[in-house]
Design a protein around this ligand. Structure first.
Ligand code: NAG
Ligand code: NAG
Ligand code: NAG
Ligand code: NAG
Length: 414
C-alpha cells in the first residue's frame, strides 16, 4: 500500500509537466499565428506591401493567391484557408440522401421556396441539384435525413405526434440501412428552419446528441451545440427590392427597428427608444406588404438596423439588413451567428449584448462615419453568403452551409 502511495505523486507530476509543456507550446503557437494574422490582415497597406514584395521575390503562385485574397477582403477569419478548403470541398464532398419516407411528410420534392422558412426549402432543393449528392452511400462523407418538420406543420398534427412520426421514420432508416449504426448517427444530419424541427426530433436522443443539426434557431436553451451543429441563416426570400450597396450618402437615419414585441428585449427596445428623434424605432410592426414597400425602404435609408431576438435568438431581419446594405446590430445573448467560424461578424455587423439596449444610441453614435463606411463596404462583400439560389451558386448560402458541414465531417471517424 505504502509503495503505491509513494509512487502516486510521480505520474501526476509528469502529467503536470507535460501538461504545462503542451500549454506552453499551445500558447506559443497561438501567439505566432496571431502575430502572423495581424501582420498579414489588419493593415491593408502592409498587405499591399507584402504582396508587392513577393512579386519582386518571384514565387508566382503565391502572389496570385494574395491577389484573390484581396477580393475576399478581411471579413474572413482566414481567407486563404477558407478559399483552399472550399475548393477541396467542391472537389470531394459527397452526401447521400435517404430516399425513403412518405413524400407528403418528408419531402422528396421541395415545398415553396418563399417565406420565413425558405432556407429549409432551398436546402432540400439545392442538395438535389448540386454536385454534392451521391447515389452511392459508400462514397458519402455524410448522410442527409430529409426530415421536413415545416411540412408537417399546419396540418393540425400535434407536437407529440410529430415526434412519433420522426421517431418511426428514423428508426426505419436505422433498421433498413447499415450506415447509422456505424457511428450512431454522427455522420448524419438534418436541416430545419422552424423550431418545430428541433422539438419533433426529441424522441430520438441520438439524433439530438450525435447527429449534426442545421437549424435556424441556434440557441443554447434549445440544445444547440456550437461545435457540432450548424447555424442555418434564416433568409426570407424573395427580396422585394434589389440589394443595397455603395449608397452611404442615402443612409441618413442612424438606426431602425419595427417589429412584433414578442420578446423581453423587443419590449425594452421599444419602450426605451420609441420617441427618440435619432433612432427610428417603431412601437408597432410594419407589414412587409404595406404599400410601396415602406418597411423595406427604411432599410435603405438607415445606417444601422437593430436585430433583437424574438421568440428565438434569430430573425429574418438579419438577412434583410444584410441584403439592403444596413449594418445589422445583433441584440441577442448566446447567439452563434451563421458562419461564425468562417466570417468575422465584427467586420460587417455590430454585435451587442441584450443589456446594451439602454446605451444603444450612444454606442451607435460612437461609430464614426469612416468606420461605418468600412462596415458597409464589408457588408456588401458578404451579401452573397446570405442569399439562396436555384440552382445554387458558388459561395451562396447553400454552399456556406455545405462548407460548415464539410468542416464538421472532419471530426467524425468512420
Ligand atoms: C395523433 O395520433 C393519433 C394516433 O395516430 C391520432 O388518433 C390523433 O388524432 C393524432 N392527434 C393529432 C392532434 O394529430
Ligand atoms: C442497428 O442497431 C439497432 C439497435 O441495436 C438494431 O435494432 C438494428 O437492426 C441495426 N440495424 C442494422 C441495419 O443492422
Ligand atoms: C439615393 O436615393 C435616391 C432617391 O430615392 C435614389 O434615386 C438614388 O438612386 C439613391 N442613391 C443610391 C446610390 O442608391
Ligand atoms: C412616447 O410618446 C407617447 C405619446 O406622447 C407617450 O404616450 C409615451 O409614454 C412616450 N414614451 C416614452 C418612453 O417616453
Amino acid at each position: 500500500m505504502s509503495s503505491v502511495k509513494q509512487n502516486q505523486p510521480q505520474p501526476s507530476c509528469h502529467t503536470l509537466f507535460s501538461l504545462r509543456g503542451s500549454l506552453l507550446t499551445l500558447a506559443i503557437l497561438t501567439l505566432l499565428s496571431f502575430t502572423y494574422l495581424s501582420l498579414k490582415y489588419t493593415t491593408p497597406s502592409s498587405q499591399v506591401t507584402a504582396s508587392v514584395g513577393k512579386v519582386v521575390d518571384a514565387g508566382r503562385s503565391e502572389e496570385v493567391e494574395d491577389a484573390d485574397d484581396d477580393e475576399f477582403g478581411d471579413v474572413y477569419h482566414s481567407p486563404r484557408v477558407f478559399k483552399l478548403n472550399f475548393a477541396e470541398m467542391e472537389k470531394r464532398f459527397k452526401v447521400y440522401i435517404y430516399p425513403d419516407g412518405d413524400s407528403k411528410t418528408f419531402y422528396q420534392t421541395p415545398r415553396k421556396l418563399t417565406g420565413k422558412y425558405a432556407s429549409e426549402g432551398y436546402f432540400f432543393q439545392n442538395i438535389r441539384e448540386s454536385r454534392f449528392r451521391t447515389l452511392d452511400p459508400d462514397q458519402a462523407h455524410l448522410f442527409f435525413i430529409p426530415i421536413s418538420c415545416h411540412k408537417m406543420r399546419g396540418k393540425g398534427t400535434s407536437y407529440e405526434n410529430m415526434t412519433i412520426i420522426v421517431q418511426n421514420y428514423v428508426e426505419s432508416l436505422i433498421s433498413k440501412y447499415p450506415y447509422w449504426n456505424r457511428t450512431l448517427g454522427a455522420d448524419h444530419f438534418f436541416v430545419t428552419c422552424h423550431d418545430v424541427g428541433v422539438r419533433a426530433t426529441e424522441g430520438l436522443p441520438l439524433l439530438v446528441k450525435n447527429s449534426i443539426r442545421a437549424v435556424c434557431s441556434p440557441s443554447y436553451d434549445v440544445g444547440f451545440i456550437p461545435h457540432k451543429d450548424v447555424a442555418l441563416p434564416q433568409v426570407l426570400q424573395p427580396f422585394a427590392l434589389p440589394a443595397g450597396g455603395n449608397d452611404v450618402e442615402n443612409r441618413t437615419s442612424l438606426g431602425f427597428w419595427a417589429g412584433h414585441r414578442n420578446s423581453k428585449i423587443r419590449v425594452i427596445l421599444a419602450r426605451v427608444w420609441e420617441n427618440d428623434t435619432e433612432l427610428d424605432i417603431s412601437n408597432n410592426r410594419i407589414s412587409r406588404a404595406t404599400g410601396h414597400l415602406v418597411y423595406q425602404k427604411r432599410f435603405y435609408r438607415s445606417k444601422f438596423c437593430i436585430c433583437p431576438g424574438g421568440s428565438q435568438v434569430n430573425s429574418a431581419r438579419i438577412a434583410d439588413s444584410i441584403h439592403y446594405g444596413c449594418i445589422p446590430v445583433i441584440l441577442s445573448n448566446y447567439y452563434d451567428l451563421p458562419f461564425n467560424d468562417i466570417l468575422d461578424w465584427r467586420k460587417f455587423a455590430v454585435v451587442l449584448k441584450e443589456s446594451d439596449v439602454y446605451q444603444l444610441k450612444q454606442i451607435l453614435k460612437k461609430i464614426s462615419q469612416a468606420e461605418f463606411v468600412v462596415l458597409h463596404n464589408n457588408l456588401v462583400k458578404i451579401q452573397k453568403h446570405f442569399q439562396w439560389n436555384s440552382p445554387p451558386v458558388r459561395y451562396d448560402a447553400f454552399h456556406m452551409v455545405m462548407y460548415n458541414l464539410w468542416l464538421r465531417h472532419h471530426t467524425i471517424q468512420y
